[in-house]
Design a protein around this ligand. Sequence first.
Ligand code: QUE
Length: 349
Amino acid sequence: MTDSVIKDVSGRTGRLTLNRPKALNSLDLGMVRQINEALDAWRDDDAVEQVVVVSEHPKAFCAGGDVRQVRDAQVAGNSAEGDAFFTEEYEMNAAIAEFPKPYVAVIDGIAMGGGLGVSLHGSHRVVTERASAAMPEMAIGFLPDVGISWFSQHVATASGHPEPAIARFLGLTGYRLDAADLLWAGWATHFVPQDSLENFLRAVDADGIEAALVEFAEDPAEAGESKLAAFAPCARQVFGFDTWREIENALDGGKCSGEERRVINDLLRSAAPTSLVAGAELYAANAAEGVDLRTGLRNEYNVGRILRHDPNFAEGVRAVLVDKDRNAQWQPKTTGEVDPTPYRRAVGQ
Ligand code: QUE
């Protein structure tokens, strides 16, 4: 059996290569454990000066977490398996954020959900023009997690300050970001063109991450115009609220153009009503003063656990990943019928 995470040390670099190609590198518990073990081994090893995370898959960096397996266990009456997976995955997310050396993720392909959790918490998030990212969990009856509901509200966008409304737009709609969008949103820190990648990685090993970036990182403008930047005025007007009810009212309030509303409505068509209501509560809690990443992860865990126990989670994973009919039958069917109280309680409000 080949390792689904290849760990090696070359020169001054500890390298993690995500290697579960048949599942687009989606993370299972074994992979989470291997990454945690590597970080534990390298944290205090003076020979390792930096960690680099890559994928050699031609299309994917990492497509998410292995939610299919979590669903199978859940349907069989075993919710402990999902609880254990998310506990260890979120511990890994925090360990990456707290890692005391440069942690460089190279996103050269698709990164969704858990794939953003192994990259965005690092000190350096390098994207190529093939990067494509999203938090698509609304479509499976779950919600944005792996620390993203916290990170995205605390990282500065190109405007120079954090923008919770933009973060909520991205998390609640599952909008797909390209390289220019990732750089604009602050999710990515550097742009390296794909055809420089081999030389860049060689320079990282030989000269260290900072020198390699000086040599190979290009002006973010080279990644092209950000469509998200153009969408931002609308997103700021609609998504800067703490409850789904208010967001929905703002959406109906004519703040965005007809075309923008059509884009948003298309994205929301696949979202579970329970996820939208719960997600808005989670984002509100994780934007609050004094909430740090670990508290944010705990809030995600507590709301996520309620959602995993809800039949909508099994139904959503069925519709997207098992039967792939993309025709989930949500209960209830409208957000107005969803009571936010349990989610509000789960985030301690
Ligand atoms: C929401 C998700 C995931 C998703 C799609 C969603 C997710 C995930 C995958 C995925 C995709 C392709 C694969 C695979 C998994 O898709 O977490 O194994 O081959 O892992 O809408 O959260």
